[in-house]
Design a protein around this ligand. Structure first.
Ligand code: SF4
Length: 256
């Protein structure tokens, strides 16, 4: 499957065998952020406007080739921020009907202030939303937004989304040196957003930022003591999987 928009399955610490759907599939990363820890390298195509990158016809054709594949989730992720694709909602419907798998979307939350993005994300069974900083300055330092997005605007919209969304909302928080001492502030944010789970991450795959140690992550987890469903990447187990196209998979998940 040359130039496939579908890749994996990849082992995911919270989604099991995750079949990736890349609605961007651009040559380099297309994103509204340029996170210091991004495993995809620098944002080659900075973008904040939605548009169609891959047609629904092409998605439908490629879905036929993976029908029946063993996976736990079909996950919208890939070469950047999936909600930049203006056909995300239609693609979620298509994938659900073709693969009969629960659908997850991994989003950096930057476009969630848009009503159309919230409406489309709400079609997914699971939304994993990124929040990495408790304050604007740190948000700009870690996530390096390429437009005028603000943390305040994103958090306000995430609250709205939580009120509207009846699926599973997971907050994914990436901890590195820069926000290592911010766990209490991050737990306060989580309290306001009523997520179904909190995922405490640190970059264990090769990237431009060093991971925190297991001890440092455990100390961060203790700040989230009021939450029932808190998971850390160090405690996670991952399933064994064999991607059907290793090259296409490694392009989106270097080091798997
Ligand atoms: S939001 Fe995701 S894809 Fe975009 S720069 Fe950050 S880590 Fe990379």
């Amino acid at each position: 499957m040359a130039s496939s928009i579908i890749y994996g399955p990849v082992p995911s610490w919270r989604l099991g065998r995750s079949l990736g759907i890349d609605l961007l599939s651009t040559g380099g990363k297309t994103c509204s952020f340029d996170c210091v820890y991004c495993q995809l390298g620098m944002t080659v195509h900075p973008e904040v406007e939605r548009k169609e990158f891959v047609s629904l016809d092409r998605i439908a054709r490629e879905l036929k080739a993976v029908e029946g594949i063993a996976a736990d989730y079909a996950t919208f992720s890939g070469m950047g921020e999936p909600s930049l694709a203006s056909n995300l909602g239609e693609a979620i419907r298509l994938v659900k009907s073709a693969l009969k798998l629960p659908v997850a979307v991994l989003t950096n939350s930057s476009l969630i202030p848009r009503e159309d993005v919230r409406r489309e994300l709400a079609l997914a069974d699971v939304v994993v939303a990124k929040v990495d900083a408790p304050a604007e300055e740190l948000f700009r330092k870690i996530n390096r937004p390429v437009g005028s997005q603000t943390l305040a605007g994103i958090l306000k919209a995430l609250k709205l989304f939580r009120e509207e969304y009846h699926g599973k909302l997971a907050l994914q928080m990436m901890f590195i040196e820069a926000n290592r001492d911010c766990a209490a502030g991050m737990a306060e944010i989580a309290e306001q957003l009523f997520p179904d789970e909190v995922q405490i991450n640190t970059p264990l795959r090769p990237c431009g930022a060093a991971p925190l140690s297991a001890g440092e992550v455990a100390a961060i987890e203790r700040e989230f003591g009021d939450f029932k469903n808190v998971f850390t990447v160090y405690e996670a187990s991952k399933p064994e999987v064999v991607p059907f196209d290793l090259a296409e998979t490694l392009r989106r998940r270097p080091g798997l």
